[in-house]
Ligand binder design. Sequence first.
Ligand code: 13P
Length: 251
Amino acid sequence: MKKLMAANWKMYKTQDEAKNTIKDLINILGTELTVDRDVLICPPYTSLKVVAEEIKDINYMYLGGQNFYPAKEGAYTGEISPHMLLDVGCSYALVGHSERRHIFCEKDELLKEKVKYGLEVGLNIIFCIGEKIEQRRAGQVDQVLKSQLSVLKDINNMSGIEDRLVIAYEPVWAIGTGEVAGEKEIFEAHKIVRDELKNIYGEVGNSIRILYGGSVKPDNASDIIGIDNVDGVLVGGASLHADSFSKIVTA
Ligand code: 13P
């Protein structure tokens, strides 16, 4: 499976900063990648257009939104639609990032609508899941991940889902903390996710990419992507600099 190396720039970078970072990244990585990987950049909405311009001729790079509201248009002040993301050049969007779940209180019902609607209108979806530290300490990782994945049970009749849906396992306690999950923890969590995907989708569940996210850095990326069922990474802090993200992409 081709690995997906994804950058989530969160609420960082003005248009100029975004443009400079993406130019630097392309300068380092080149117009053709030496490794067989997909690279996804998820800038804030205000920088989608400038990044789209820079990557339009780079065949290994894709553009993604960090969120959207599941409707075509309407009176939803402050929101953005999947159609608008597609219009600006996005082919992917994140759904259910832990910051959306915990800061903006997004619940499973809404996340299910987002995954379903986003896929229906043509976006590829990266559905983010992960447990909090207290849930891990209470031995609930299996239960939490299965419960978060259960929103997919109603979205199992789409052909080609294996190319359109990606899962990102991001333990909440490893996001932005510098505390990366250990190899055993990542292995076990990704195995739970893989088994659940097979429960929901049958054999096709073997071909859905599962990314790891949470304090991925140039010095741990290679070990992480070598773990069974790790089909790429979703990177926050270390994706903000071309130098460090390029090292992760080629790790
Ligand atoms: P960090 O890489 O900064 O830990 O962030 C991970 C993340 O939330 C990516 O979506």
